[in-house]
Design a protein around this ligand. Structure first.
Ligand code: AKB
Length: 320
C-alpha cells in the first residue's frame, strides 16, 4: 500500500485521525497537508502545505508521495459557509471535484469525504431521521454537502472510484478547538466550565442536535474505510449517530462535576441553522452494513473530557 494523504489535516477530525493512522501504520505512512503551517502533532510526521483549490498541486502531491488513499477533509463549516458562499463552493465542492478526478485518473484505491447531518433540512423527519429521509437543506453548507454526496455516488457508479462517506453529527473532542461550526458550542462549553467561567450559548436551551464524541467518530471513520466494498450499500453517505442533547442537558451534565457552572442563552444567526437540522438520527443501515455501534453517551463523554482536557493545550482548527 502507498501512503495516506490528508487534506485539511489541522482540523478537528484530521489531527485525531492522523494520530490513530500513524499509530497503526507508522508515522511515515501518513502525509498531512493543510493550507496553514503544521502545529502540534502534525509536526511529528510528514507534512506539506497544500491549497486544495489548486487541482495541479493536489496531483503533484499524489505523484510525489506515492499516495494510495485520500482523506479529503478541507472545508468551511456551517456558520462560516453562510458568510462566504463563493469560498464555500470553491472549497467544499470545487476541491471535492479535484480530488475525485485525481482519484479516477491516478488510480487511488480509496477516498474518504465527510458529509454531515446538514444535508437534512426542515422537511426531513426530525426524530430518528432515516437514511433516505427527504433532505432539502436550507443552509449553504448543507446544499454543498448534499451536492457532494451525489458527486461521490456518481464517481463511484460511473468511474468506479471507491469513495466512502459519513454524515457526521456535531463532533466533540478536546484536542482541538473547532471554529466556524454550529455545533461548536458543545466543545467551547467544556473549556469555559474548566476555566471557572460562565458560558454564553449562541443556541437556545432546548435546541436538540445529534452529536458524537471524537473517539466514536474516529472509530466510525476507520471502520467504514476498512470495510469490504461489497458490504457498502450506500455510496452517497451513511447516517451515523452517537447521542443527542440540547444546551441545557450538556450544562446539567457538566454541573454534576462542576456544581457552580452557569450558562446563559443568547441565540444568534446560528439558531436558524440548528433549527433546520434533525434532533436525532437513525443509523440502522450503517449498523447493518459494516457493524457501526457508538460507545459514548453524554454522561460518559462529559466525564472523559473533564478528566482529560486539563492536561491539554488545544489547537484552533477551522476544518472538519
Ligand atoms: C457544523 O456545525 O458545521 C458541523 C456539522 C454538524 O456538520 N459540526
Amino acid at each position: 500500500m502507498g501512503k495516506i494523504l490528508f487534506t485539511g489535516a489541522a482540523g478537528q477530525l484530521g489531527a485525531e485521525l492522523i494520530a490513530e493512522l500513524r499509530h497503526r501504520h507508522g508515522v511515515d505512512s501518513v502525509l498531512a497537508t493543510d493550507i496553514r503551517a503544521a502545529e502540534g502533532i502534525l509536526k511529528e510526521g510528514p507534512f506539506e502545505l497544500l491549497d486544495v483549490t489548486d487541482e495541479e498541486a493536489i496531483r503533484a502531491i499524489i505523484k510525489k508521495h506515492d499516495i494510495s488513499q485520500i482523506y479529503h477533509l478541507a472545508a468551511l463549516l456551517s456558520a462560516k459557509a453562510e458568510k462566504d458562499i463563493p469560498l464555500s463552493r470553491k472549497l467544499n465542492i470545487g476541491s471535492l471535484h479535484h480530488v475525485l478526478n485525481a482519484a479516477r485518473d491516478l488510480n487511488i484505491e480509496r477516498v474518504f469525504w465527510p458529509s454531515s447531518i446538514a444535508v437534512f433540512g426542515p422537511d426531513a423527519i426530525s426524530n430518528g431521521t432515516p437514511q433516505n429521509s427527504p433532505c432539502n437543506p436550507t443552509t449553504v453548507y448543507g446544499i454543498n454537502k448534499l451536492t457532494g454526496e451525489q458527486w461521490c455516488a456518481y464517481y463511484h457508479r460511473v468511474f468506479g472510484v471507491d469513495v466512502r462517506s459519513l454524515r457526521y453529527p456535531g463532533l466533540i473532542g478536546y484536542k482541538t478547538l473547532p471554529g466556524g461550526g454550529t455545533t461548536d458550542y458543545a466543545v467551547d462549553i467544556y473549556h469555559k466550565a474548566l476555566a471557572g467561567e460562565p458560558f454564553s450559548c449562541f443556541l437556545q436551551a432546548d435546541t436538540m442536535l445529534p452529536m458524537m464524541y471524537m473517539e466514536d467518530a474516529i472509530n466510525a471513520t476507520l471502520k467504514l474505510m476498512d470495510a469490504e466494498p461489497e458490504k457498502l450499500s450506500i455510496r452517497t453517505s451513511y447516517n451515523v449517530a452517537g447521542m443527542s442533547f440540547n444546551p441545557a442537558q450538556i450544562s446539567d451534565s457538566i454541573r454534576k462535576h462542576i456544581p457552580d457552572f452557569s450558562i446563559t442563552y443568547e441565540p444568534d444567526y446560528r439558531q436558524n441553522i440548528a433549527d433546520s437540522w434533525p434532533n436525532s438520527i437513525d443509523d440502522s443501515t450503517a449498523r447493518a452494513d459494516w457493524g457501526w455501534k457508538p460507545s459514548y453517551n453524554l454522561t460518559a463523554m462529559t466525564k472523559d473530557i473533564l478528566e482529560k482536557l486539563p492536561g491539554y493545550f488545544p489547537v484552533l482548527s477551522e476544518n472538519l
